[in-house]
Design a protein around this ligand. Sequence first.
Ligand code: ADP
Length: 370
Amino acid sequence: MSVTQQQILDSLAKVTTPRGVPLTKAGVLSEIAVTDGKVYFSINVDAAEARAWESVRSEAEAAVRGTPGVASALVALTAERKPGSAPAQRPGVAPVSAHRPAGAPGAGLPKQAEIPGVGAIIAVASGKGGVGKSTTALNLALGLQALGLKVGLLDADIYGPSVPRLTGINEKPQLDDSRRMIPIARFGLSIMSIGFLVDEEAPMIWRGPMVMSAITQMLRDVDWGKLDVLVVDMPPGTGDAQLTLAQTVPLKGAVIVSTPQDLALIDARRGLAMFTKVNVPVIGIIENMSYFLCPQCGTRSDIFGHGGARHEAERLGVPFLGEIPLHMEIRATSDAGRPVVVSEPNGPHATIYRSIAAKVRDRLQALSTI
Ligand code: ADP
Protein backbone atom coordinates (compact mmCIF):
# COMPACT_ATOMS: atom_id res chain seq x y z
CA MET A 1 0.00 0.00 0.00
CA SER A 2 1.54 3.30 -0.95
CA VAL A 3 1.29 6.29 1.30
CA THR A 4 -0.69 9.36 0.27
CA GLN A 5 0.07 13.03 0.68
CA GLN A 6 -2.91 13.34 3.04
CA GLN A 7 -1.50 10.64 5.34
CA ILE A 8 1.78 12.55 5.47
CA LEU A 9 -0.07 15.76 6.31
CA ASP A 10 -2.00 13.93 9.07
CA SER A 11 1.30 12.83 10.60
CA LEU A 12 2.79 16.32 10.29
CA ALA A 13 -0.27 17.86 11.97
CA LYS A 14 0.92 16.21 15.21
CA VAL A 15 4.27 18.06 15.12
CA THR A 16 4.23 21.30 17.08
CA THR A 17 6.25 24.38 16.14
CA PRO A 18 7.85 27.37 17.88
CA ARG A 19 4.93 29.40 16.49
CA GLY A 20 2.55 27.51 18.77
CA VAL A 21 0.59 25.98 15.88
CA PRO A 22 0.87 22.54 14.28
CA LEU A 23 3.46 22.26 11.49
CA THR A 24 0.72 21.99 8.87
CA LYS A 25 -0.73 25.34 9.98
CA ALA A 26 2.55 27.27 10.23
CA GLY A 27 2.72 28.16 6.54
CA VAL A 28 6.26 26.84 6.18
CA LEU A 29 5.83 23.61 4.23
CA SER A 30 6.87 23.19 0.60
CA GLU A 31 5.10 20.85 -1.80
CA ILE A 32 5.26 17.33 -0.41
CA ALA A 33 6.70 14.97 -2.98
CA VAL A 34 5.66 11.33 -2.54
CA THR A 35 7.03 8.74 -4.96
CA ASP A 36 6.99 5.01 -4.31
CA GLY A 37 6.86 5.53 -0.56
CA LYS A 38 9.73 8.06 -0.67
CA VAL A 39 8.77 11.36 0.81
CA TYR A 40 10.57 14.63 0.28
CA PHE A 41 9.72 18.16 1.31
CA SER A 42 11.23 21.21 2.92
CA ILE A 43 10.39 23.48 5.83
CA ASN A 44 11.08 27.09 4.87
CA VAL A 45 11.73 29.60 7.64
CA ASP A 46 13.58 32.86 8.09
CA ALA A 47 17.29 32.47 8.87
CA ALA A 48 16.87 34.14 12.24
CA GLU A 49 14.49 31.36 13.30
CA ALA A 50 16.45 28.47 11.83
CA ARG A 51 17.98 27.21 15.05
CA ALA A 52 14.62 26.97 16.78
CA TRP A 53 13.32 24.89 13.89
CA GLU A 54 16.04 22.28 13.76
CA SER A 55 14.20 20.05 16.21
CA VAL A 56 10.98 20.52 14.21
CA ARG A 57 12.80 19.23 11.13
CA SER A 58 13.93 16.07 12.87
CA GLU A 59 10.54 15.53 14.52
CA ALA A 60 8.83 15.98 11.16
CA GLU A 61 11.18 13.48 9.57
CA ALA A 62 10.57 10.97 12.37
CA ALA A 63 6.80 11.48 12.06
CA VAL A 64 6.93 10.85 8.32
CA ARG A 65 9.15 7.81 8.72
CA GLY A 66 6.70 6.42 11.28
CA THR A 67 3.79 6.69 8.83
CA PRO A 68 2.80 3.28 7.42
CA GLY A 69 3.89 2.86 3.81
CA VAL A 70 6.82 5.29 4.02
CA ALA A 71 10.08 3.78 2.77
CA SER A 72 12.29 6.81 3.24
CA ALA A 73 11.94 10.44 4.20
CA LEU A 74 14.09 13.44 3.51
CA VAL A 75 13.06 16.69 5.17
CA ALA A 76 15.20 19.73 4.47
CA LEU A 77 15.22 22.86 6.60
CA THR A 78 15.70 25.89 4.43
CA ALA A 79 16.53 29.17 6.03
CA GLU A 80 16.23 32.32 4.02
CA ARG A 81 17.30 35.76 5.04
CA LYS A 82 14.57 38.36 4.82
CA PRO A 83 15.51 41.26 2.56
CA GLY A 84 17.22 43.95 4.60
CA SER A 85 17.92 41.78 7.66
CA ALA A 86 21.45 41.25 8.91
CA PRO A 87 23.36 38.45 7.24
CA ALA A 88 23.10 35.27 9.27
CA GLN A 89 26.44 33.98 8.00
CA ARG A 90 29.67 35.39 6.79
CA PRO A 91 29.51 37.02 3.36
CA GLY A 92 29.45 34.72 0.38
CA VAL A 93 28.21 31.76 2.35
CA ALA A 94 24.62 30.67 2.07
CA PRO A 95 22.69 30.88 5.31
CA VAL A 96 21.49 27.71 6.83
CA SER A 97 21.48 25.04 8.71
CA ALA A 98 20.01 21.80 9.61
CA HIS A 99 22.25 19.42 11.53
CA ARG A 100 24.55 21.95 13.07
CA PRO A 101 26.40 19.97 15.73
CA ALA A 102 25.20 20.74 19.25
CA GLY A 103 27.42 23.25 20.97
CA ALA A 104 29.01 24.44 17.74
CA PRO A 105 29.85 28.12 17.64
CA GLY A 106 27.03 30.23 16.28
CA ALA A 107 29.09 32.41 13.93
CA GLY A 108 29.87 31.07 10.46
CA LEU A 109 29.48 27.47 9.46
CA PRO A 110 31.49 25.09 11.60
CA LYS A 111 33.37 22.30 9.90
CA GLN A 112 31.30 19.23 10.61
CA ALA A 113 32.49 16.20 12.49
CA GLU A 114 34.00 13.38 10.50
CA ILE A 115 31.83 10.41 9.57
CA PRO A 116 32.61 7.47 11.87
CA GLY A 117 34.22 4.65 9.89
CA VAL A 118 34.97 6.78 6.84
CA GLY A 119 38.69 7.42 6.29
CA ALA A 120 38.86 10.30 3.83
CA ILE A 121 36.11 12.23 2.08
CA ILE A 122 37.20 13.79 -1.20
CA ALA A 123 35.24 16.06 -3.53
CA VAL A 124 35.22 15.80 -7.30
CA ALA A 125 34.30 19.25 -8.54
CA SER A 126 34.13 21.27 -11.72
CA GLY A 127 33.74 24.94 -12.41
CA LYS A 128 30.82 24.23 -14.75
CA GLY A 129 28.53 21.42 -15.84
CA GLY A 130 29.06 19.00 -18.70
CA VAL A 131 32.82 18.56 -18.37
CA GLY A 132 32.49 14.89 -17.40
CA LYS A 133 32.75 15.40 -13.65
CA SER A 134 30.35 12.56 -12.75
CA THR A 135 31.90 10.13 -15.21
CA THR A 136 35.29 10.97 -13.76
CA ALA A 137 34.08 10.69 -10.15
CA LEU A 138 32.66 7.21 -10.73
CA ASN A 139 35.66 5.89 -12.65
CA LEU A 140 38.02 7.45 -10.12
CA ALA A 141 36.11 5.71 -7.31
CA LEU A 142 36.43 2.43 -9.23
CA GLY A 143 40.12 3.10 -9.84
CA LEU A 144 40.68 3.63 -6.11
CA GLN A 145 38.84 0.40 -5.46
CA ALA A 146 41.03 -1.43 -7.97
CA LEU A 147 43.98 -0.36 -5.80
CA GLY A 148 42.49 -2.36 -2.93
CA LEU A 149 40.68 0.43 -1.11
CA LYS A 150 37.11 0.23 0.22
CA VAL A 151 35.31 3.05 -1.54
CA GLY A 152 31.95 4.82 -1.43
CA LEU A 153 30.42 7.28 -3.87
CA LEU A 154 28.05 10.04 -2.84
CA ASP A 155 26.33 11.77 -5.74
CA ALA A 156 25.80 15.23 -4.30
CA ASP A 157 25.03 16.74 -7.70
CA ILE A 158 21.51 17.56 -6.69
CA TYR A 159 20.97 19.72 -9.79
CA GLY A 160 21.41 16.72 -12.07
CA PRO A 161 22.14 13.50 -10.21
CA SER A 162 23.60 11.31 -12.94
CA VAL A 163 24.99 8.47 -10.85
CA PRO A 164 21.76 6.40 -11.18
CA ARG A 165 22.23 6.51 -14.97
CA LEU A 166 26.00 6.00 -14.91
CA THR A 167 25.66 2.96 -12.66
CA GLY A 168 22.37 1.59 -14.00
CA ILE A 169 20.92 1.64 -10.48
CA ASN A 170 17.18 2.08 -10.33
CA GLU A 171 16.39 0.57 -6.95
CA LYS A 172 15.74 2.48 -3.75
CA PRO A 173 17.91 2.35 -0.65
CA GLN A 174 16.58 0.17 2.19
CA LEU A 175 16.64 1.30 5.80
CA ASP A 176 18.73 -0.33 8.52
CA ASP A 177 17.54 -1.03 12.11
CA SER A 178 18.23 2.53 13.14
CA ARG A 179 16.33 3.74 10.06
CA ARG A 180 19.42 4.95 8.28
CA MET A 181 19.57 4.46 4.54
CA ILE A 182 21.77 1.63 3.34
CA PRO A 183 23.81 2.66 0.28
CA ILE A 184 23.31 0.58 -2.85
CA ALA A 185 26.18 -1.84 -3.48
CA ARG A 186 27.27 -1.88 -7.13
CA PHE A 187 30.61 -2.77 -8.72
CA GLY A 188 31.91 -3.20 -5.16
CA LEU A 189 31.21 0.45 -4.31
CA SER A 190 28.73 1.74 -1.72
CA ILE A 191 26.67 4.28 -3.65
CA MET A 192 24.20 6.93 -2.57
CA SER A 193 22.51 9.53 -4.75
CA ILE A 194 19.73 12.02 -4.28
CA GLY A 195 18.56 10.56 -7.59
CA PHE A 196 17.60 7.34 -5.74
CA LEU A 197 15.13 9.32 -3.68
CA VAL A 198 13.53 11.77 -6.05
CA ASP A 199 12.00 11.34 -9.45
CA GLU A 200 14.59 12.11 -12.12
CA GLU A 201 11.94 13.77 -14.26
CA ALA A 202 10.51 15.92 -11.46
CA PRO A 203 11.73 19.49 -11.74
CA MET A 204 13.47 20.43 -8.52
CA ILE A 205 14.38 23.88 -7.43
CA TRP A 206 17.08 23.92 -4.80
CA ARG A 207 18.18 26.93 -2.88
CA GLY A 208 21.61 26.92 -1.30
CA PRO A 209 20.47 26.08 2.23
CA MET A 210 18.30 23.24 1.02
CA VAL A 211 21.24 21.78 -0.84
CA MET A 212 23.31 21.64 2.28
CA SER A 213 20.57 20.21 4.41
CA ALA A 214 19.88 17.43 1.92
CA ILE A 215 23.54 16.63 1.50
CA THR A 216 24.22 16.63 5.20
CA GLN A 217 21.52 14.04 5.57
CA MET A 218 22.90 11.96 2.73
CA LEU A 219 26.25 11.99 4.49
CA ARG A 220 25.08 11.37 8.03
CA ASP A 221 21.79 9.50 7.79
CA VAL A 222 23.40 6.83 5.64
CA ASP A 223 24.93 3.65 6.96
CA TRP A 224 28.27 3.92 5.09
CA GLY A 225 29.96 1.18 7.12
CA LYS A 226 33.75 1.16 6.95
CA LEU A 227 35.27 3.02 4.02
CA ASP A 228 38.80 4.08 3.19
CA VAL A 229 37.59 6.80 0.84
CA LEU A 230 34.23 8.42 0.14
CA VAL A 231 34.18 10.21 -3.23
CA VAL A 232 31.67 13.06 -3.36
CA ASP A 233 30.44 14.09 -6.80
CA MET A 234 29.79 17.78 -6.17
CA PRO A 235 27.20 19.97 -7.87
CA PRO A 236 28.95 21.78 -10.75
CA GLY A 237 29.92 25.41 -10.34
CA THR A 238 31.25 27.64 -7.62
CA GLY A 239 28.18 29.39 -6.25
CA ASP A 240 27.10 29.79 -2.67
CA ALA A 241 25.68 26.28 -2.45
CA GLN A 242 28.96 24.73 -3.56
CA LEU A 243 30.99 26.93 -1.26
CA THR A 244 28.79 26.03 1.68
CA LEU A 245 29.17 22.38 0.85
CA ALA A 246 32.92 22.61 0.48
CA GLN A 247 33.03 24.27 3.85
CA THR A 248 30.75 22.00 5.79
CA VAL A 249 31.47 18.53 4.45
CA PRO A 250 34.56 17.31 6.28
CA LEU A 251 36.64 17.13 3.08
CA LYS A 252 40.22 15.90 3.09
CA GLY A 253 40.82 17.15 -0.41
CA ALA A 254 39.32 18.09 -3.75
CA VAL A 255 39.91 16.98 -7.31
CA ILE A 256 39.02 19.46 -10.05
CA VAL A 257 37.87 18.20 -13.44
CA SER A 258 38.31 20.51 -16.41
CA THR A 259 38.17 20.29 -20.17
CA PRO A 260 41.02 21.93 -22.07
CA GLN A 261 39.00 24.87 -23.34
CA ASP A 262 39.96 28.20 -21.92
CA LEU A 263 36.51 28.92 -20.63
CA ALA A 264 36.41 25.71 -18.66
CA LEU A 265 39.84 26.54 -17.28
CA ILE A 266 38.66 29.91 -16.07
CA ASP A 267 35.87 28.05 -14.31
CA ALA A 268 38.35 25.53 -12.96
CA ARG A 269 40.38 28.39 -11.49
CA ARG A 270 37.25 29.51 -9.69
CA GLY A 271 36.91 25.99 -8.34
CA LEU A 272 40.47 26.08 -7.08
CA ALA A 273 39.90 29.44 -5.45
CA MET A 274 36.78 28.12 -3.76
CA PHE A 275 38.55 25.21 -2.09
CA THR A 276 41.53 27.34 -1.16
CA LYS A 277 39.16 29.81 0.49
CA VAL A 278 37.76 27.10 2.74
CA ASN A 279 41.15 25.49 3.42
CA VAL A 280 40.48 22.24 1.59
CA PRO A 281 43.68 21.00 -0.08
CA VAL A 282 43.38 20.61 -3.85
CA ILE A 283 44.62 17.10 -4.63
CA GLY A 284 44.99 18.02 -8.28
CA ILE A 285 43.44 18.79 -11.64
CA ILE A 286 42.27 16.23 -14.18
CA GLU A 287 41.95 17.18 -17.83
CA ASN A 288 38.93 15.37 -19.26
CA MET A 289 38.09 15.15 -22.96
CA SER A 290 41.73 16.08 -23.29
CA TYR A 291 42.28 14.82 -26.83
CA PHE A 292 40.26 12.87 -29.36
CA LEU A 293 41.23 9.28 -30.03
CA CYS A 294 39.71 8.05 -33.27
CA PRO A 295 38.00 4.73 -32.48
CA GLN A 296 38.67 3.51 -36.04
CA CYS A 297 42.31 4.38 -36.65
CA GLY A 298 43.55 5.30 -33.15
CA THR A 299 44.80 8.67 -34.42
CA ARG A 300 44.98 11.33 -31.78
CA SER A 301 43.65 14.86 -32.43
CA ASP A 302 43.99 17.70 -29.96
CA ILE A 303 40.69 19.24 -30.90
CA PHE A 304 40.39 21.48 -27.87
CA GLY A 305 44.02 22.59 -27.83
CA HIS A 306 45.00 19.94 -25.30
CA GLY A 307 47.40 20.55 -22.41
CA GLY A 308 45.78 23.67 -20.98
CA ALA A 309 44.96 22.07 -17.66
CA ARG A 310 48.50 20.72 -17.23
CA HIS A 311 50.01 24.16 -17.84
CA GLU A 312 47.47 25.80 -15.61
CA ALA A 313 48.17 23.30 -12.85
CA GLU A 314 51.91 23.96 -13.16
CA ARG A 315 51.36 27.68 -13.10
CA LEU A 316 49.20 27.44 -9.99
CA GLY A 317 51.48 24.94 -8.28
CA VAL A 318 48.72 22.32 -8.09
CA PRO A 319 49.42 18.67 -8.97
CA PHE A 320 48.31 17.58 -12.43
CA LEU A 321 46.69 14.16 -12.13
CA GLY A 322 46.27 13.12 -15.75
CA GLU A 323 44.55 13.41 -19.10
CA ILE A 324 41.48 11.44 -20.10
CA PRO A 325 40.76 11.28 -23.84
CA LEU A 326 37.44 12.12 -25.42
CA HIS A 327 36.43 8.66 -26.50
CA MET A 328 33.26 6.97 -27.66
CA GLU A 329 33.93 4.01 -25.37
CA ILE A 330 33.92 6.23 -22.27
CA ARG A 331 30.67 7.89 -23.31
CA ALA A 332 28.95 4.69 -24.35
CA THR A 333 29.91 2.69 -21.26
CA SER A 334 29.04 5.59 -18.94
CA ASP A 335 25.67 6.18 -20.45
CA ALA A 336 24.88 2.44 -20.46
CA GLY A 337 25.57 2.15 -16.72
CA ARG A 338 28.73 0.06 -17.24
CA PRO A 339 31.62 2.37 -16.33
CA VAL A 340 34.73 1.74 -18.38
CA VAL A 341 36.96 0.82 -15.42
CA VAL A 342 34.80 -2.26 -14.76
CA SER A 343 33.54 -2.99 -18.28
CA GLU A 344 36.96 -2.72 -19.97
CA PRO A 345 39.34 -3.24 -17.03
CA ASN A 346 42.28 -4.10 -19.27
CA GLY A 347 41.68 -1.30 -21.76
CA PRO A 348 43.62 1.94 -22.10
CA HIS A 349 40.99 4.11 -20.41
CA ALA A 350 40.79 1.98 -17.26
CA THR A 351 44.59 2.19 -17.08
CA ILE A 352 44.42 5.98 -17.16
CA TYR A 353 41.76 6.14 -14.43
CA ARG A 354 43.74 3.73 -12.24
CA SER A 355 46.90 5.78 -12.65
CA ILE A 356 45.00 8.93 -11.68
CA ALA A 357 43.53 7.03 -8.71
CA ALA A 358 47.04 6.00 -7.64
CA LYS A 359 48.11 9.65 -7.58
CA VAL A 360 45.05 10.56 -5.53
CA ARG A 361 45.76 7.71 -3.10
CA ASP A 362 49.42 8.77 -2.77
CA ARG A 363 48.38 12.33 -2.03
CA LEU A 364 45.86 11.18 0.60
CA GLN A 365 48.53 9.02 2.17
CA ALA A 366 50.88 12.00 2.20
CA LEU A 367 48.16 13.95 3.97
CA SER A 368 47.94 10.98 6.42
CA THR A 369 44.26 10.49 5.85
CA ILE A 370 44.23 6.85 4.74
P1 ADP B 1 29.11 16.41 -15.68
O1 ADP B 1 29.00 15.58 -14.43
O2 ADP B 1 30.32 17.28 -15.68
O3 ADP B 1 27.87 17.16 -16.03
P2 ADP B 1 29.01 13.86 -17.11
O4 ADP B 1 29.98 13.00 -16.40
O5 ADP B 1 27.54 13.62 -16.86
O6 ADP B 1 29.35 15.40 -16.90
O7 ADP B 1 29.34 13.76 -18.66
C1 ADP B 1 28.62 14.46 -19.65
C2 ADP B 1 28.59 13.60 -20.91
O8 ADP B 1 29.90 13.49 -21.43
C3 ADP B 1 28.08 12.19 -20.69
O9 ADP B 1 27.33 11.79 -21.80
C4 ADP B 1 29.37 11.37 -20.60
O10 ADP B 1 29.18 10.03 -21.03
C5 ADP B 1 30.27 12.11 -21.55
N1 ADP B 1 31.71 12.01 -21.21
C6 ADP B 1 32.30 12.33 -20.04
N2 ADP B 1 33.65 12.13 -20.12
C7 ADP B 1 33.88 11.68 -21.38
C8 ADP B 1 35.05 11.30 -22.10
N3 ADP B 1 36.26 11.36 -21.54
N4 ADP B 1 34.90 10.84 -23.38
C9 ADP B 1 33.68 10.80 -23.96
N5 ADP B 1 32.54 11.16 -23.35
C10 ADP B 1 32.64 11.61 -22.07
